[in-house]
Design a protein around this ligand. Structure first.
Ligand SMILES: *Cc1c(COP(=O)(O)O)cnc(C)c1O
Length: 368
């Protein structure tokens, strides 16, 4: 007799999340940084990991206040804050995905709702499902701007009465950044309702000069969490290090639900080593921003609709059969992402060679 695992009813039929991992020359589908670590950084990593290895018989530091302090100083520099964000207002986990799941575990749960604005990052509904939180969405503005306005956010809050609102800036998959006014309005309204605002800034380092970070208003709101990651600008997707800044009571709430010793001594050592190499690792950001703007101009020049991007990817369209374009690019060794509203595709900005290969392939497939 076949055994039927007693899977939770709400998980039946669900497949594990995942963009395709296909071995092709030009990987432009999951917004990774195309540049691998330099030999100098690898040597530094080896030394740092070697030192951590001498103590691997012991559990790691559960609070890692030194790492939190360094990330708080890094964020203050990135967002031009007058003082470092204190260690007690920072938290770190295995990717910002784990940060988010911890936030949902602490503030979501049965009988509570999380609100996001579509098109949104594909993982948001999964954090909600995993924590038995109801997930609801409202639409962002229409293409090609996909703007979010105060009215849309306030109407969504009014309609759904969420405990958690997720705003993404720059947004994935559209690339759209948010104004500080909108963040302030949303945070204030949610504060009155006893709810929290999470601003996911996974791509913040790629924003155009003058575009603000929600960190600028962190001190004004007791209910604001800003989430960041080392996966994109720091070019460390493989290391799994994400982090957040928030008022101390919110950080302390997340500390209650984290698994003990969740951040391994190796991950902590890698994060420290990366911060030692901040300038080098972020050195690619200026190049990628410039390539992004050139790629956007190229796509616009071909007559596509192109969403204004403050990120390291571009959403463009529209195609009567986007699947066919995706497949034809793949046949030419270029893997992009079939995501976003019908007819749109998303390409991650890669190395100069990746971007050229993408252009050449697109011109072959779809001559202007
Ligand atoms: C890539 C991405 C992240 C990063 O997740 P990690 O777990 O840190 O790799 C977070 N949010 C959004 C919207 C993303 O696109």
């Amino acid at each position: 007799m076949a055994f039927h695992p007693p899977l939770r009813d709400d998980l039946r039929g669900d497949a594990p999340y995942g963009a395709p991992q296909i071995d092709v020359p030009h990987l432009m589908n999951v917004n990774e940084n195309p540049f691998p670590p330099s030999p100098e950084f690898i040597a530094h990593l080896q030394e740092a990991v070697g030192r951590a290895a001498t103590g691997l018989n012991r559990y790691p530091d559960r609070e890692f206040l030194d790492l939190r302090a360094r990330l708080g100083a890094y964020l203050a520099a990135d967002a031009d804050l007058p003082a470092p964000i204190p260690a007690e207002q920072m938290w770190v986990a295995n990717g910002s995905n784990e940060i988010m799941q911890q936030v949902f575990t602490a503030f979501g749960g049965p009988g509570r709702r999380a609100l996001a604005f579509a098109p949104h990052y594909s993982m948001y509904p999964e954090y909600a499902r995993n924590t038995l939180t109801e997930f609801v969405t409202e639409e962002r503005g229409s293409a090609p701007g996909f703007e979010l306005t105060d009215q849309m956010v306030l109407a969504g809050i009014e309609r759904h009465d969420p405990t958690i609102v997720l705003l993404t800036s720059p947004n994935n998959p559209t690339g759209t950044a948010l104004s500080l006014d909108l963040v302030r309005t949303a945070a204030r309204t949610l504060e009155e309702r006893g709810a929290i605002l999470v601003v996911d800034e996974a791509y913040a380092e790629f924003r155009h000069a003058g575009v603000p970070s929600a960190l600028s208003v962190l001190d004004e709101h007791p209910n604001l969490i800003v989430s960041r990651t080392m996966a994109k600008a720091f070019a460390l997707a493989g290391a799994r290090v994400g982090y957040m800044a928030a008022p101390r009571p919110l950080v302390d709430a997340v500390r209650v639900v984290r698994l003990p010793y969740h951040l391994s001594a190796i991950a902590q050592a890698v994060a420290h080593a990366a911060l030692d190499f901040t300038d080098e690792l972020l050195g690619s950001v200026a190049f990628l921003r410039q390539q992004r703007d050139e790629l956007a101009a190229f796509l616009t020049g071909r007559g596509h609709d192109v969403a204004q991007s403050d990120s390291n990817f571009i959403l463009f369209g529209t195609f009567a059969d986007r699947r066919a374009v995706f497949e034809a690019l793949l046949q030419r060794g270029v893997l992009i992402r079939e995501v976003g509203p019908d007819g749109w595709l998303r390409v991650s900005v890669g190395s100069a060679e990746d971007n050229q290969a993408f252009r050449t392939a697109l011109e072959e497939i779809d001559p202007a």
